[in-house]
Design a protein around this ligand. Structure first.
Ligand SMILES: [Ca+2]
Ligand SMILES: [Ca+2]
Length: 258
């Protein structure tokens, strides 16, 4: 698929740079002075995942708090590729964060058909997006752990799932651009941190949600004993609270989640 079928991020960059020509110039000089003094990363991209027996859910964030130039440059466009093993994971379902990243205005976002997630290649999920608010075109997005997207996979192996991150379309066009026209691709100002994947702890029988199965949960079951219909203590979902549910509590008795 050609890059032209995506939202044209070069146009975003040109747009922002035209508006901010003077600021861009000043910012570049300022940045150059800082670069000579510090080695740093401005933007960290992070993937965090939890898996169950059947699924892996990955949330991808951008974190712009590690800025050392004293000016939290908002991001107006991004592109990230999430890499996975097709032998372990399949059927990625992507939900992008349209609340923070949009074009137009919050009240009337414009259609952005070319920023749809690309899952056409096995082993890759590419998300591309940005924020251009027509009322405030250089505002961009900044802050700690700003959500980019959530990706849910089906697990098809017993291997502990792994994912990694890189640029969405490296080398084709600018994927991370700040509101002052800095293109972060291929520079030390963007840092794809290793992903953190953990097993989701599910405790069937933890009725009060304190991450342990004990007498407190038993008392809740006792109080609901014999009831029919939807019930918190109906652990097997057959619309009655009886011995079948008690056996589930018994099987998990004393277990805890971290
Ligand atoms: Ca409990
Ligand atoms: Ca039941």
């Amino acid at each position: 698929m050609s890059s032209n079928s995506y939202f044209n991020l070069e146009r975003v960059k040109d747009h922002v740079m035209a508006i901010n020509k003077f600021r861009w110039f000043v910012g570049t000089v300022f940045l150059f002075l800082l670069v000579s003094a510090y080695a740093y990363a401005d933007v960290n991209v992070i993937a965090e995942g939890t898996y169950t027996d059947t699924q892996l859910t990955v949330t991808i964030f951008v974190d712009t708090t590690d800025l050392t130039n004293g000016d939290a440059d908002p991001i107006v466009s991004y592109g990230v590729k999430l890499i996975y093993s097709p032998a372990d994971l399949t059927n990625p379902t992507v939900t992008e964060n349209d609340t923070d990243w949009y074009f137009g205005s919050p009240e009337a976002p414009l259609p952005t058909p070319n920023t749809a997630p690309d899952t056409s290649t096995d082993g890759e999920v590419i998300i591309v997006g940005g924020k251009i608010d027509i009322l405030e075109p250089t505002a961009g997005v900044s802050g700690p752990k700003v959500l980019l997207a959530t990706v849910v996979f089906d697990r098809i192996s017993e291997s502990i799932p792994e994912v990694s991150l890189e640029l969405g379309k490296a080398g084709t066009y600018a994927n991370f651009v700040t509101n002052v026209g800095d293109v972060l691709d291929g520079t030390d100002r963007i840092n794809f941190l290793s992903s953190a994947i953990t097993q989701e702890c599910i405790l069937n029988g933890d009725l009060n949600g304190d991450n342990r199965v004990n007498m407190s949960d038993f008392y809740i079951m006792q109080a609901n004993w014999g009831r029919t219909g939807e019930n918190i203590a109906d652990l097997n979902g057959d619309n009655r609270v009886n011995m079948s549910d008690f056996y589930i509590i018994q099987a998990n008795w004393g277990k805890t989640c971290p």
